[in-house]
Design a protein around this ligand. Structure first.
Ligand code: SF4
Length: 463
């Protein structure tokens, strides 16, 4: 190994990797570990990096050229009973049934236009998310499945199907609709089993309602029940957090997502509101990892834990998360092709979401992408890496070279810092985070964002 300035030349390849002194390496690691919750990259690039397309891109051309073998159909229902204090998703508190029906009318018009562009590939996955999809009345919920099958061409026998729900909105009638439509996974956001903690995030929730919903879900025996919980809530302690987690475990969910609490200047709970209390998020995370391992859950990412046996009996078509082909119907849904990500405009305030939804439902034409980002080859590479490395499956180095005809280490020598710091490792040609590194997924993701995307995200002003 030879040293050239701040980089090392490895003897077996032409790869160049950063060579830091042990002090510099310590400083780098501290920078990653000192603030683990600086940015949540649930997609890359984030929607705040999207801009108007001038001119808009015709969808026909975009989807015709999409190389993925199968697609992922997503429907977004941007309505909730009320906005949770931490939420920065695209959703509008609105319970009116006529507003929902008008929205599904628009979604159906959109589906009729899009099916002509996307109908040439089968769907391996279908998800209805939000917002709160089960806020819709039963007939509208049924309609979504009809649109998926009869207009978009979804074969429910070959696709895994997932629906998000909430304790206050599920009923026997709605669960029967999900069951009839062979839903494989039902995901319910609970966040906390402690009433005072739920109230502190503006989500007043009587634990009795949660227990009733869980009993009801138990009766329908979906192949995968997922429960979402949040740690770092105002007034929460590690003990009360483990109490909530233990309550969830009583219902033996196949999957559990654990989210650290994030607040932003535009969320109802502000970052300043949490300054008075000690930040226990990493302690809660560590305690949860241990408890879930004791209960036989495998960790798949910083947020996702599941039983290895979790799954459906359907013969699902192949779908690689590394590929694209996500067809997002509805206002606020994102669509991904390999080179273009697009959506409707993004907003969080009531005024902004109301106006964006009003534009969507009054539209007659949905055949262009107007707002999004064209991914340069550089951003396609970063996305490919982030999607793989932040999950326990890791990144197969051969997949990267196969897709980009390039060496990962030559392209991004700085990734070697993960190995040198013990936050990552390479085993049998796969780069993955170590258990320690997984706990810092958010700060590692934030560190790896390109300068250009960071600039676009920071330049975004929420309307
Ligand atoms: S967190 Fe979920 S339930 Fe709460 S407002 Fe946001 S989308 Fe609705």
């Amino acid at each position: 190994m030879t040293s050239t300035g701040n980089f090392l030349q490895h003897p077996n390849d032409n790869d160049v990797r950063p060579s830091l002194s042990s002090e510099e390496l310590k400083r780098w690691k501290k920078q990653i570990t000192a603030n683990p919750y600086r940015n949540y990259l649930y997609s890359y690039p984030h929607k705040t990096a999207y801009r108007e397309f001038q001119p808009p891109i015709p969808l026909e051309q975009l989807w015709l050229e999409e190389p993925a073998d199968s697609f992922f159909l997503y429907m977004h229902i941007p309505f909730c009973g009320a906005r949770c204090g931490f939420c920065n998703l695209f959703t509008l508190p609105d319970k009116r049934a006529d507003v929902h029906a008008t929205y599904v009318d628009a979604l159906e018009r959109q589906a009729k236009q899009w099916s002509a562009f996307t109908g040439h590939k089968p769907y391996a996955r279908f998800a209805i998310g939000g917002g709160t999809p089960t806020l819709l009345a039963a007939p509208q919920l049924s309609r979504l499945f009809r649109i998926a099958r009869e207009i978009m061409g979804l074969d429910t026998a070959l696709a895994s199907i997932s629906v998000e729900t909430s304790p206050e909105t599920i009923t026997e009638e709605k669960l029967a609709i999900l069951k009839d439509n062979t839903v494989d996974r039902v995901s319910m956001g609970i966040q906390s089993f402690v009433a005072a903690e739920s109230a502190a995030i503006y989500r007043p929730q009587n634990p009795e309602v949660v227990y009733r919903a869980l009993e009801l879900l138990g009766k329908y025996q979906f192949p995968i029940l997922n429960l979402d919980l949040i740690y770092g809530l105002p007034g929460q302690s590690v003990e009360s957090w483990l109490y909530s987690l233990n309550q969830a475990l009583l219902y033996e969910p196949e999957e559990i997502f654990l989210y650290p609490l994030y607040t932003r200047e535009h969320t109802i709970v502000k970052p300043g509101d949490l300054l008075r209390q000690q930040d226990l998020r990493h302690d809660c995370y560590t305690a949860a990892c241990q408890l879930l391992a004791e209960h036989g859950y495998r960790q798949y990412s910083m947020r996702r834990f599941a039983k290895e046996t979790a799954g459906t009996s359907k013969a699902i078509l192949g779908y690689s998360c590394q590929e694209e082909g996500m067809v997002g119907l509805g206002c606020g849904a994102r669509s991904y092709t390999r080179e273009v990500h697009y959506a409707s405009r993004y907003g969080v305030s009531r005024k902004a979401t109301e106006s964006i939804i009003a534009d969507y439902v009054s539209s007659e034409s949905y055949d262009t992408a107007d707002y999004g980002i064209v991914l340069s080859r550089e951003e396609q590479k970063r996305r490919f890496i982030l999607k793989a490395v932040l999950h326990s499956e890791g990144l197969k180095l051969a997949d990267y070279s196969g897709r980009f005809s390039a060496s990962l280490w030559n392209d991004y020598p700085e990734l070697d810092l993960l190995l040198q710091s013990g936050l990552g490792e390479v085993e049998e040609g796969i780069l993955r985070l170590t258990p320690e590194g997984l706990g810092y997924s958010d700060s590692i993701g934030d560190w790896f964002i390109s300068g250009e995307i960071r600039e676009r995200m920071e330049g975004f002003i929420l309307p």
